[in-house]
Design a protein around this ligand. Structure first.
Ligand SMILES: [Zn+2]
Length: 147
């Protein structure tokens, strides 16, 4: 079930969008768009340099924030949303058995592993998530619950 995973991503994006929307209005409260020049209303974006710089900077800030949200989401467990740990690099270019270089992350609670290819080959660089619930279910069944 990855519903929680996607709900978490959606929640983060909604919160970020809300914050940047609020910031946008706050920005215009302290830095209003330039008054129309001689009653001709041109787009103030390209006309006023200061305004342009502020708007572009804000846009880049928002872009960076969304990028970080997506990056953070990529390295989270699909089951419990915890940050994945223990990156292990496997594979080598000159070893046919190990395959191409990739980095494997594991959930600290053992829900699964994420395999991230080091290089993008043929556009197939999507991280490969593999749940390992079976192994842990077996372990839990073998071991009596501690109290
Ligand atoms: Zn987990």
């Amino acid at each position: 079930m990855e519903m929680r995973y996607w709900a978490y991503l959606a929640a983060k994006l909604i919160v970020a969008a809300g914050l940047f929307r609020a910031g946008w209005f706050g920005l215009h409260a302290v830095w209003p768009a330039p008054e129309p020049f001689m009653r001709v209303h041109l787009d103030p974006f390209a006309r006023d340099l200061g305004y342009t710089v502020v708007v572009m900077g804000y846009g880049l800030l928002a872009l960076g924030a969304f990028y970080l949200i997506l990056l953070d989401q990529r390295y989270r467990c699909r089951t419990c949303l915890r940050r994945l740990r223990m990156p292990v690099t496997t594979g080598a270019w000159n070893h046919w058995l190990l395959g191409p270089p990739r980095t494997e992350y594991i959930c600290p609670y053992g829900h699964g592993t994420l395999r991230v290819p080091e290089v993008n080959i043929g556009g197939n660089a999507d991280p490969n998530w593999k749940p390992i619930e079976d192994m842990w279910k077996e372990l839990e069944e073998l071991e009596p619950p501690r109290k």
